[in-house]
Design a protein around this ligand. Structure first.
Ligand code: ATP
Ligand code: MG
Length: 721
């Protein structure tokens, strides 16, 4: 491709960025404005026009998929393979540097990378050595703490622990680090930190890389954390030029330590020039206008405007589903129509806030034999916590299930080590019986040490107790009992952070799934539990499309970053789901949720559906949710509301953006939006919302002292102020 072709297909601003002289640059621009495209063309420009060697280029992105795609796009633009260029993720690139200089980094040649399971096992072992009770001090909490420190570049020696909690964390962090260093192990966060420290303490090495990487380019910069930023800043030598592209409105990993401030810091540290791209090429003007209006509700913004000369397109359809099943039915119906129109499934994406939401959608797609692929997350019945729980149920229903036995004998940890386990395995092999029976035999023959014997006995008791209790209980109660009695629920509840929260939600969702399960009439199962287990094993393997097959793309909003699809469904857009309940508790979280909504909406090229359900069974409970505030923040003229056509017996939500309906509903209530009212218990507040009618109606009031609450209007006895 010659130079003019390189600049063809770019607008003036994009050209300015691609063809800029060698300097530090920030390309700050909204979604779909061609930031990634600029980055790719810049790489080609550097090679073709600046005659830079591929060896001198370092390109960093956030996921392996994005890195692979970027390489593909560079090669397509240059019409040939590029070798010697480093394109990768922060972790991938750091790992590569550590491998090359392991000795200087104080690591053995064959240093091992710990995954999160390995890490937990190691922490557990240490807790035992230190006589720390894991029930009080869960291993996951330490793992979370250690990761967070490393992401900030903080070593044990840098920490001053003031309270008992911090002292405990520090003690384990220190022991953990010692153990890792002795054995030559590095966890995920360590890879980056260790690489940073290596470069920081070895001037010759640093100079080598600084000289080599004359050009550093970073995509999705808004999601870098502190150590990633420091790493970049170190690698950029006096003569390097750095181009970072990003969008402060799409920063969605604050909860994992990402800092939007890094953008300002970069401008300061690098005296960089800012180039703003303002034309969006991805979405219809309707989708763009609505997304822009949404994000304007955030206060902390660097400020950008985005326009398109694309077609207006269809309005955004908002579907008020009766419940989550109805929502799934609606989505699948629309996908069928899409398919009948001769379109490809892969052009269609379903985006949700949390992984637990995928199950109902998976089922609905399976039922219609529509292929799907869950991207960047595990399918529901394949998730660790779900498998753990199912293995208890499997062992309860069949003591000969050796795979289940192996998985859960020491989950949650109850002090059964590899030695005991191999003892049981040997016995099983010699006597040709399943592990369960072998374990009982060994116990009877008193072949185990007192402690090991106790632990194995404890495990056997738990399984038998669950079995005893199951008689006559409905399936959901069985699952609930098993999840609690096994200790799984407590174990995951103790796990700190977003991941732990997600696992607990998933377990609750499993109970919910049991509640909704109806055994197929045509199949004979000796119990509902057996039927359910058969169904889950089918579920875990089938449905998901093969690599080459055309399939609907399903993923969380987080993993949709940077991608685009002609047809997008955002589901579960309800208060309490999205924004999530927790976002009310931590400052800044609501704005981050809004950015996530902005990311979701701006994935859509041609058509966007937003769905919310009046009631939703999730996490084991039926909840009534009002539509997300994010829906209310969309301009009315961009939105078309699809109403429920079925006969509804539950309270009907008032239309939240058809103002006529809202007003009518409010008139019916006798209150006005924004009106000040007094409640006998909660005190003074402001009316926020209203739904339903007559005896069923509910009113939302934001109380000055106790926050926002939904009240049944008839009982609230609010006095106008
Ligand atoms: P995000 O913020 O979501 O990562 P982005 O700013 O990186 O978005 P790109 O993915 O690079 O945007 O581009 C969005 C879409 O617009 C792509 O399909 C891209 O090919 C197209 N595009 C970008 N610039 C132009 C242009 N000048 N002419 C035509 N199409 C363009
Ligand atoms: Mg991009």
């Amino acid at each position: 491709m010659d130079v003019s072709e390189l600049l063809d297909g770019l607008n003036d601003k994009q050209r300015d960025a691609v063809a800029a002289p060698l300097q530090n640059m920030l390309v700050l621009a909204g979604a779909g404005s061609g930031k990634t495209r600029v980055l790719v063309h810049r790489i080609a420009w550097l090679m073709q026009v600046e005659q830079s060697s591929p060896y001198s280029i370092l390109a960093v992105t956030f996921t392996n998929k994005a890195a692979k795609e970027m390489r593909g796009r560079v090669e397509a633009t240059l019409q040939g393979p590029v070798s010697g260029m480093w394109i990768g993720t922060f972790h991938g690139l750091s790992h590569r540097i550590l491998r090359a200089h392991h000795r200087e980094a104080g690591l053995p040649e064959a240093f091992q990378v710990l995954d999160s399971d390995d890490q937990l096992r190691l922490i557990r072992r240490l807790l035992k050595n230190l006589n720390i009770d894991e029930k009080k001090w869960p291993a996951k909490q330490f793992a979370w703490y250690i990761g967070a420190q490393k992401d900030e570049g903080i070593r044990p020696k840098d920490i001053q622990a003031f309270d008992i909690n911090e002292q405990m964390m520090l003690k384990v962090y220190t022991a953990y680090q010692d153990a890792c260093d002795r054995a030559g192990l590095v966890d995920f966060a360590e890879i980056l930190l260790r690489c940073y420290e290596l470069l920081n303490t070895q001037p010759t090495l640093l100079r080598h890389y600084q000289n080599r990487f004359a050009h550093i380019l970073v995509d999705e910069f808004q999601d870098t954390n502190r150590i990633q930023y420091l790493w970049l800043r170190l690698l950029a030598g006096a003569n390097s030029s750095m181009m970072i592209v990003g969008d402060d409105d799409q920063s969605i990993y604050g909860w994992r330590g990402a800092r939007i401030e890094n953008i300002r810091q970069f401008l300061d540290d690098f005296k960089a020039e800012t180039i703003r791209l303002e034309q969006n090429y991805r979405s219809t003007s309707t989708i763009l206008k609505a997304s822009n209006a949404l994000i304007e509700n955030n206060a902390e913004r660097m400020g950008k405007s985005l326009w398109t000369d694309g077609i207006e397109g269809e309005p955004i359809s908002v579907y008020a589903a009766f419940n989550e099943l109805d929502e799934a039915r609606f989505v699948v119906g629309k996908i069928k129509t899409w398919l009948q129109g001769g379109n490809a499934l892969q052009d269609c994406a379903i985006l949700y806030r949390s992984n637990a939401q995928s199950r109902i959608l998976e089922e609905a797609l399976l039922q219609e034999s529509i292929k799907y692929r869950i991207y960047g997350g595990m399918r529901f019945f394949e998730r660790q916590e779900i498998k753990d729980a199912l293995c208890y149920l499997r062992l309860v229903s069949n003591r000969n299930d050796d795979a289940a036995f192996e998985r859960i004998i020491n989950t949650p940890a109850r002090g059964i080590g590899e030695k005991t386990l191999s003892h049981i395995r040997d016995c099983a092999r010699h006597t040709s019986q399943p592990l369960w029976h072998a374990a009982k035999a060994i116990l009877a023959e008193k072949h185990l040490s007192g402690r090991a014997a106790n632990s194995v006995q404890q495990f056997i008791d738990i399984v038998e107790q669950i079995d005893d209790q199951l008689l006559d209980l409905p399936l959901a109660e069985q699952a609930k009992f098993a999840i609690e009695r096994s200790g799984l629920m407590a174990m995951y509840q103790a796990e700190k952070g977003e991941k732990g929260r997600a696992r607990v939600e998933n377990l609750e969702e499993l109970i919910n799934a049991c509640g909704q399960y109806e055994p197929p009439i045509e199949e004979e199962f000796s119990s509902p539990l057996q039927g359910f287990l058969a169904y889950t094993s089918l579920e875990a393997g089938e449905g998901q499309a093969e690599e080459h097959e055309d399939a609907v793309q399903m993923m969380t909003l987080h993993s949709a970053k940077g991608l685009e699809f002609p047809l997008v469904f955002m589901v579960g857009v309800e208060e309490g789901m999205f924004p999530s309940q927790q976002s009310h508790e931590e400052s800044g979280r609501l704005e981050e949720e809004r950015r996530l909504c902005y990311v979701g909406m701006t994935r859509a090229m041609t058509k966007l559906y937003i769905c919310h359900a009046e009631s939703r069974r999730l996490y084991g409970q039926e909840k009534y949710h009002s539509p997300s505030r994010f829906i209310r923040e969309l301009p009315q003229d961009c939105v078309e509301e699809i109403r429920i056509k079925t006969q509804v017996t539950r309270p009907v939500a008032a239309g939240r953006f058809s103002s006529a309906v809202t007003h009518a509903a409010f008139e019916d209530s006798g209150y006005n939006l924004g009106q000040r009212v007094l409640h006998a218990k909660f005190g003074a507040g402001t009316v926020l919302n209203y739904e339903g009618s007559g005896a069923q109606s509910r009113i939302q009031v934001s109380f000055d002292d106790v926050g926002s609450k939904w009240l049944v209007t008839a009982y609230a006895r609010l006095q106008p102020l």
